[in-house]
Design a protein around this ligand. Structure first.
Ligand code: AMP
Ligand code: MG
Length: 346
């Protein structure tokens, strides 16, 4: 159930935004629905979230979509309130067009279309993975990074090369966040498991053997999940398991990220996605970057997870570069690939 956060019903109007371009973005690829408002200096004027937390099991796409449909209209109003702007001051509406769960994508697309039509402003569909990279560039001082994008459903190493965002490596099975959440769930811990495992890992010290699965620049996690669950059933301590999962999985991610940096010759690495909030992952990638004479950048936590502000900001970059989309071109794409995006703004 969505409850307006305190302070979001601010009195209008603050007219200081005049002359600025204002974008509203709606994120809704999976369990999180987010509404963000940003201006063309990448100032985050509002960034509201609401997340479906399944009582048991994973996310049910239809249930998540119903949840999004219920909360989205009040969230849009609250975002405008928090930003101190009127909806009619918005210059464009952007939404997450994919990749993600079909019912969730269609729900936010419908909301975004309705809002853009009512306000008579342009509507832009944004690639979710590219948005993680662009908000990282907007918020930190990095210019041309290799992005290690580590979230619930996605795990990719992405960089801009020859006019496109290319995927240099990715998971061959499940996302790293999914692996952490599934392990936690089976071990009787609440959702989301990632942050809980991070705390538990600090109490562990024995490195238990788990499959280290790197193939070129790709990784795989389902073997590790199975092995860790087997160890758990045989009585291994949860702290040691959390420690071992983090050490092994994050070493794999650090290795493929370094390979992509060496291959592209890039000297910046950016973290994105919910798992990027993990202190141990930041430490390992940071050490690798330092050893190479490169630099690591990590956006603030609420811009690492799925959020509306990153969609608004990427939509705004597209808009400023003259990208237009007809309604037909805003049809959602569950398997929207990072390298399918025509990049007109760089
Ligand atoms: P996202 O899919 O990008 O919204 O991120 C959600 C995922 O991030 C979930 O799988 C969480 O378990 C994971 N996550 C969030 N915080 C942490 C953390 N501190 N350590 C590891 N995983 C985390
Ligand atoms: Mg994401």
């Amino acid at each position: 159930m969505y409850v307006s956060p305190p302070g979001t019903r601010k009195a209008f109007p603050s007219r200081e935004h005049r002359g600025r371009v204002l974008a509203l973005g709606i994120e809704g690829t999976a369990h999180t629905v987010g509404v963000g408002i940003v201006d063309d200096s990448c100032r985050i004027l509002a960034n509201l979230f609401d997340m479906v937390k399944p009582e048991k099991g994973g996310i049910h796409p239809r249930e998540a979509a119903n949840h999004h449909a219920e909360v989205i209209a009040p969230m849009i109003r609250d975002a405008a309130g928090a930003a101190g702007v009127r909806l009619r001051d918005l210059d464009l509406v952007a939404f997450s067009m994919g990749p993600g769960l079909g019912p969730c994508l269609r729900t936010v697309a419908t909301a975004a279309r309705a809002l853009a039509l009512a306000l008579d402003v342009p509507l832009l569909g944004v690639n979710h993975c590219v948005a993680h990279l662009e908000i990282g560039r907007g918020m930190t001082r990095c210019e041309d990074p290799v992005l290690l994008y580590v979230s619930g459903g996605n795990t990719q190493v992405i960089a801009f090369a020859r006019e496109r965002f290319r995927v240099f490596g990715e998971t061959l099975d499940i996302g790293i966040g999914n692996m952490l959440d599934k392990f936690a769930r089976e071990a009787g811990l609440p959702f989301p498991g990632g942050p809980i495992l991070e705390k538990l890992a600090r109490t562990g010290s024995t490195l238990l053997p788990l499959p280290y699965s790197v193939k070129g620049m790709d990784v795989a996690f389902s073997g590790m999940l199975t092995a860790a669950l087997n160890l758990q059933r045989n009585g291994a301590a949860l702290g040691d398991l959390a420690f071992s999962i983090q050490e092994t999985a994050f070493a794999m991610l650090t290795e493929v990220t370094e390979r992509a940096m060496a291959h592209t010759g890039k000297e910046e690495v950016l973290l994105g996605g919910g798992v990027a909030r993990n202190g141990r992952l930041q430490e390992m990638v940071g050490r690798m970057a330092e050893d190479r004479g490169a630099r690591m950048f990590v956006p603030p936590g609420d811009l690492c997870v799925d959020n509306g502000a990153m969609i608004a900001w990427t939509g705004l970059l597209m808009h400023k570069a003259g990208v237009h989309m007809s309604l037909k071109e805003t049809i959602v794409d569950q398997r929207f690939r990072t390298d399918e995006v025509t990049v007109e703004w760089r």
